[in-house]
Design a protein around this ligand. Structure first.
Ligand SMILES: *Cc1c(COP(=O)(O)O)cnc(C)c1O
Length: 378
């Protein structure tokens, strides 16, 4: 039934493949008996293979075992879950926080219960797929505003909606690496009495001394701001948390289906994330290194004439004119032992190489990448 569709995808060069590795996540990837410098990782601080996280996870693994065995409301959680949530709320400066199994689960669980049938969602056109799916699952009317287009957003906000309004945005856009205009969004929320839902997946551990996008802009959390952040990217573990007012958190505990009907995270994943937050708060070495590497790479790429789009963060697109070109460059980089995948439609409208730079990269890695890229012609 599906073979024809698959052939069509193959013909359009849009067929995707899984490439698994034989090493830990980090600077070097082992794949198919070869080693590659990895420019595809969201492990921005190199914490996924950090010995401090491994030690923290191991200790807890011995006490609590491998699997949580049940959902949170049915005894799956541990004292670590509770402790983590208290600490996550302190980290994000909110009243409360709640763990979810992934960022995807958090977004599709929370959004449909924050906005119901009579409500309206305002969503940036470049929002992450999990936010889009959250909007689709909600019965709210969804208005999509042009990327970072505040005028368009305000026009939509003025449409005379009777119910609740909620503005939803990535804080760091995952394919372009630009930062949402959060102060402007907050101003519109105040003016139009709307909630603000921030997806801090790529900002936590990266922006605002690692605390995320609100701190980056010197803003305080508000009862009408919901912050979702993930534990699987810069925090080197797995899972996600929502930090918000205690009313919102209690509502999620009672209504969010991806929270209620799913086995909770195992304690060792939480112990690792807890250690990561501790490191982010007490040791700036990784964060400083990350930004040094990021600024170095962007500067060199731009000087060499590459179009890096709107990047303001360690996510750096290198835009190409065609799908074929993106694939060709990615293949050439593989020959040079560099892993930097091409991102194609439907994930993005414009094909590109998506580079992500981390604290673990060495200057020689960045040099190799630039040399290899300049050998290709975009
Ligand atoms: C990665 C990502 C998610 C999903 O988080 P997972 O924990 O990987 O499921 C959600 N939102 C954004 C913006 C992301 O980049």
């Amino acid at each position: 039934m599906f073979r024809k569709e698959l052939e069509k995808l193959r013909g359009q060069k849009l067929l995707r493949q899984i490439n698994d590795r034989a090493s830990s996540q980090g600077r070097i990837l082992k794949m198919n008996n070869r080693e590659f410098i990895n420019f595809a990782s969201n492990d921005y601080l190199g914490l996924a293979s950090d010995l401090r996280l491994i030690r923290a996870a191991k200790e807890v693994l011995e006490t609590y075992g491998t699997g949580a065995g049940a959902s949170r409301l049915l005894g799956g959680g541990t004292e670590l879950h509770e402790k983590f949530e208290k600490n996550a709320a302190r980290f994000k400066r909110t009243e409360a926080a709640l763990l979810f199994n992934s960022g995807y689960a958090a977004n599709i669980g929370a959004i449909p219960v924050l906005a119901g049938e009579r409500d309206a969602i305002f969503s940036d056109e470049l929002n992450h797929a999990s936010l889009i799916d959250g909007c689709r699952l909600s019965k709210a009317q969804t208005f999509i505003y042009g990327h970072a287009d505040m005028e368009h957003l305000e026009t939509l906000l003025k449409k005379g909606i009777k119910g609740k309004k909620i503005i939803i945005t990535d804080t760091v856009f995952s394919m372009d690496g630009d930062i949402a205009l959060i102060p402007e969004l907050a101003m519109l929320c105040r003016k139009h009495d709307a909630l603000l839902y921030l997806d801090d997946a790529h900002a936590t551990g990266v922006l605002g001394n690692g605390q995320g996008s609100l701190r980056h802009f010197g803003m305080e959390p508000e009862p009408w701001i919901v912050q979702m952040f993930t534990l699987g990217k810069a925090l080197g573990s797995q899972g996600a948390a929502i930090a918000a007012s205690s009313d919102i958190i209690e509502w999620l505990i009672n209504r969010a289906r991806s929270f209620i009907y799913s086995t909770t995270l195992p304690a060792h994943a939480i112990a690792a994330a807890q250690e990561a937050i501790h490191i982010v708060e007490h040791d700036r070495t990784g964060l400083n290194r990350l930004w040094e590497n990021r600024d170095y790479l962007v500067d060199k790429l731009q000087r060499s004439g590459f179009d890096t789009g709107r990047t303001q963060t360690p996510i750096i697109p290198v835009l190409t004119e065609t799908v074929e070109k993106a694939l060709e460059i990615s293949r050439y980089l593989l020959e040079c032992n560099i892993y930097a995948p091409a991102i194609r439609p439907p994930t993005v409208a414009e094909s590109r190489l998506r580079l992500s730079v981390t604290a673990a990269h060495r200057e020689s890695d960045l040099e190799k990448l630039i040399t290899a890229l300049t050998e290709t012609v975009i």
